[in-house]
Design a protein around this ligand. Structure first.
Ligand code: URA
Length: 434
C-alpha cells in the first residue's frame, strides 16, 4: 500500500495488476481505511488515466456478482443520474419505459449529503420494500417489466465500501472515481443500454456545464471498452428539479404528474428527453424525437400511471396509506410559508441551499444507517424565470416540528434570488452519444 500511495503521489500510473490486488485486498478488509483514504486523496491530486479507470471499473465489478438477464428481456434499459436536488426522474422514467414494454431493472441508492436518493423516497410509501432477492427481482421484471431496488449486497461490494469512504474523505467529486463508480454499478446490473444524466450547477457534482460535458465525453469514451452501450445527457441542476424536494413530497409530485398525465412539466420533460435518447441508443427508434413521442404517449394515455401503481404494489407499497399519511403532513411537520419581499422575477433558486436545508431538517443522513424524516422538505411555488410580486408565495417549507420558524423562513428565502427580469433556464443541454 505504501508503495502504491507513493507511486500515485509521484503522478505515476498504477498497473491493472496493482489495482486488481488493491481492490481485492480492500474488499477483504486487508487495507486499512486510512491508507485507502491517502491513496484516494493522491488520485484527487494526480488523476487517473483512462487505463486506470478501466482497471478500477473491472476490479470493482469483479468484487461481486453480475446479473446476466435472459436474452428474451433484451434490450434491458437503465438510467443513472450523477445526483441532484429534487431529482425524482427515475420514479417517472422507469414506469414510462416499462409501460412501453421494455425491461428496466433499476438499482438505486439512498440520499447522499444534500442529494436525495430514490430508495429513501420510495420508502416513504408504507410497506414499500426495496430489498429484493435476485429471484424476486427477476420474477417482477418478468411480470411487470420493472423493478426499483437498492443495490443488492452481492453486487459490486467494493464500490459500496469505497463510496462510503469517499463520502467521508471529501473525495466523492473526483471525476475519474465517479466514472469507475458509475460504470461498475451499471455493468453489474445486466442492462444492455444505459443513459447517464450528468448534472451540473449548484446542486450537482459538476459546477459548470463545460465540466459536465467534459465528464460526459470522457465517460462515454471509456464506456466503449465495455459491452453495454452508454449515452449521456447533460442537464441543468442550478435549481431543484420540479416543485418538490423531500422524500414523501417528491413521491406525491410524481403521483400528481402521472395521475394528471402532465406531459409538460419539468420532470416529464427531463424523463422524455432522457428516454428518447435511450431508445435511440438501443436502436429502437431512428431519431430521439420518435422515442420522446412514444414515451410522452405512455404518460398521456395513463399507462405510465398504471405501471407506477403496479410497481409500487408489487414491492408491497400501499398508495392509499401513503395518501392518508400525506393528508396529515401538516401534523407531522411545521409548515412555514415563504413570501417574496420584493417584486421582479426569480433569477435563481439555489439547489444546494434547498438541498442542504432539507438535509438539516432530517431528509438525509449525517451518519450511515441514521433514520430519516420522510415528511420534511420544500414545495417550490416559484421557479427561475417566474414573475413575482412582493408578498407572493415563493415556497412552503415542511420543517421539523421543533423547528425555529423564523430561521426556516430565512434559510429558504435566502435560496431565492429576485432580480429585475429573468428567463427560465434551459434544462437539457448536450447529448453525448456512444
Ligand atoms: N454517482 C455515483 O454513482 N457514483 C459517484 O461516485 C458519484 C455519483
Amino acid at each position: 500500500m505504501l508503495k502504491l500511495i507513493e507511486k500515485k503521489q509521484r503522478g505515476e500510473e498504477l498497473t491493472a495488476e496493482e489495482i486488481d490486488r488493491l481492490i481485492a485486498d480492500f474488499t477483504a478488509g486487508a487495507v486499512p481505511d486510512y491508507q485507502m483514504a491517502a491513496l484516494l486523496m493522491a488520485i484527487c491530486f494526480k488523476g487517473f488515466s483512462d487505463e486506470e479507470i478501466v482497471s478500477l471499473t473491472l476490479a470493482l465489478l469483479e468484487s461481486g456478482d453480475h446479473w446476466e438477464l435472459p436474452v428474451k428481456f433484451h434490450p434491458v434499459l437503465d438510467k443513472h443520474s450523477t445526483g441532484g436536488v429534487g431529482d425524482k426522474a427515475s420514479l417517472l422514467m422507469v414506469p414510462m419505459l416499462a409501460a412501453e414494454g421494455y425491461k428496466v431493472p433499476k438499482m438505486s441508492g439512498r440520499g447522499l449529503a444534500h442529494t436525495g436518493g430514490t430508495i429513501d423516497k420510495l420508502e416513504s410509501i408504507p410497506g414499500f420494500c426495496a430489498e429484493l432477492s435476485r429471484e424476486d427481482a427477476l420474477r417482477q421484471l418478468d411480470d411487470i417489466g420493472c423493478v426499483i431496488m437498492s443495490q443488492s449486497e452481492g453486487l459490486v461490494p467494493a464500490e459500496k465500501k469505497l463510496y462510503a469512504l469517499r463520502d467521508v474523505t471529501v473525495t466523492v467529486s473526483q471525476p475519474e472515481l465517479i466514472i469507475s463508480s458509475i460504470l461498475s454499478k451499471k455493468l453489474a446490473s445486466g442492462a444492455t443500454h444505459i443513459i447517464i444524466d450528468v448534472k451540473y450547477g449548484s446542486g450537482a457534482f459538476f459546477a459548470s456545464r463545460v465540466d459536465a460535458e467534459t465528464f460526459a465525453e470522457r465517460l462515454i469514451a471509456i464506456s466503449r471498452s465495455f459491452e453495454p452501450e452508454f449515452a449521456a445527457v447533460v442537464t441543468n441542476m442550478n435549481q431543484p428539479l420540479g416543485s418538490a424536494v423531500g422524500n414523501a413530497l417528491e413521491i406525491a409530485e410524481v403521483l400528481r404528474i402521472v395521475e394528471e398525465r402532465d406531459v409538460e412539466c419539468e420532470v416529464s420533460a427531463l424523463c422524455i428527453a432522457l428516454g428518447g435518447a435511450l431508445l435511440k441508443l438501443a436502436g429502437e427508434v431512428e431519431r430521439a424525437k420518435q422515442g420522446e413521442d412514444i414515451l410522452a404517449q405512455t404518460l398521456a394515455d395513463g399507462r405510465a400511471a398504471d405501471k407506477l401503481r403496479a410497481l409500487v404494489s408489487a414491492q408491497g407499497g400501499d398508495l392509499d396509506a401513503f395518501n392518508r399519511e400525506m393528508n396529515s403532513i401538516d401534523m407531522k411537520t411545521c409548515k412555514v410559508a415563504i413570501t417574496a419581499q420584493s417584486s421582479g422575477a426569480i433569477a435563481g433558486v439555489n439547489a444546494l441551499a434547498i438541498g442542504q436545508f432539507c438535509h438539516r431538517q432530517g431528509a438525509g443522513r449525517t451518519r450511515k444507517g441514521e433514520t430519516i424524516n420522510p415528511w420534511v422538505g420544500v414545495m417550490l411555488h416559484k421557479k427561475t424565470g417566474d414573475a413575482v410580486a412582493s408578498g407572493d408565495l415563493l415556497a412552503e417549507a415542511y420543517a421539523r416540528l421543533d423547528c425555529d420558524e423564523s430561521s426556516v423562513e430565512e434559510e429558504v428565502r435566502s435560496a431565492y434570488i429576485i432580480g429585475e427580469e429573468a428567463t427560465a433556464p434551459r434544462l437539457i443541454d448536450t447529448i453525448v452519444n456512444s
